[in-house]
Design a protein around this ligand. Structure first.
Ligand code: SAH
Length: 212
């Protein structure tokens, strides 16, 4: 996602330091302190403008959500959405999701979401894909036993790669949908910005898996 630099973003982020973290290493092992009550912690990496995580939080007040996004101008828009929502069970983190295992203590995370992650179609960029083996080993470190990864995309190439990558890594698949919107997996599905934009052009793929 490319966006123009937003001149207001840096100050807006500073002004809402109670809802967004920019020095995440300091929170390692203590993320629950950022929320009104201790509840299962679910993390989305690459939240974009935040529609998914804010709506999920609205629908699931018994879960604490943490949204990670690397681009300041993008997360600032998500932050605005969060502030307007008045929800207390979402916190945002401006950082690189590649460092996920330096952000969380082992087993601190209950579930991970990856939505419409950048496909990095060139083979020499495969290591940058959020479903590549290096990332998976980080996820394994921070997820609770049986903690799930839920991944959806409209990009068939990335989905095929991810199925192989998860399989080689030894993850166990709970569900796989090749056309999420026309399947029973669509019940309770919360759409992302990308999903709304691209689902008219072709199917949405989704998988849910956990480490054995
Ligand atoms: N999930 C949103 C946005 C998808 S675009 C949606 O479905 O609408 C992918 C997003 O992931 C972009 O906003 C990009 O900045 C972010 N991203 C890419 N690599 C990342 C990384 N390593 N860590 C955190 N965010 C990342």
């Amino acid at each position: 996602m490319r966006v123009r630099k937003k001149p207001w973003a840096a100050q807006y982020i500073k002004d809402h330091a109670d809802q967004i973290v920019t020095d995440p290493e300091t929170q390692l092992g203590h993320w629950q302190d950022r929320f009104p009550s201790e509840q299962p912690l679910q993390v989305e990496i690459g939240i974009g403008k935040g529609q998914f995580i804010v709506e999920m939080a609205r629908q699931h007040p018994d879960i604490n959500f943490l949204g990670i996004e690397i681009q300041e101008s993008v997360i600032a828009t998500a932050l605005r959405k969060l502030v307007e929502s008045g929800l207390a069970n979402v916190q945002l983190v401006e950082t690189d999701g590649a460092n996920v295992d330096t952000l969380f203590a082992p087993a601190e995370v209950d579930q991970l979401f990856l939505n419409f992650s950048d496909p990095w179609p060139k083979k020499r960029h495969a290591k940058r894909r959020l479903t590549s083996p290096n990332f998976l080993s980080h996820y394994q470190n921070v997820l609770k036993k049986n903690g799930r990864i839920q991944f959806k995309t409209d990009n068939r190439g990335l989905f095929e790669y991810s199925l192989m990558s998860f399989n080689h890594f030894g993850l166990e698949f709970d569900r796989v949908w090749l056309d999420l919107h026309n399947s029973d997996g669509n019940v309770g599905n919360v759409q992302t910005e990308y999903e709304e934009k691209f689902s008219s052009k072709g199917p949405i793929y989704e998988l849910i898996a956990h480490f054995k």
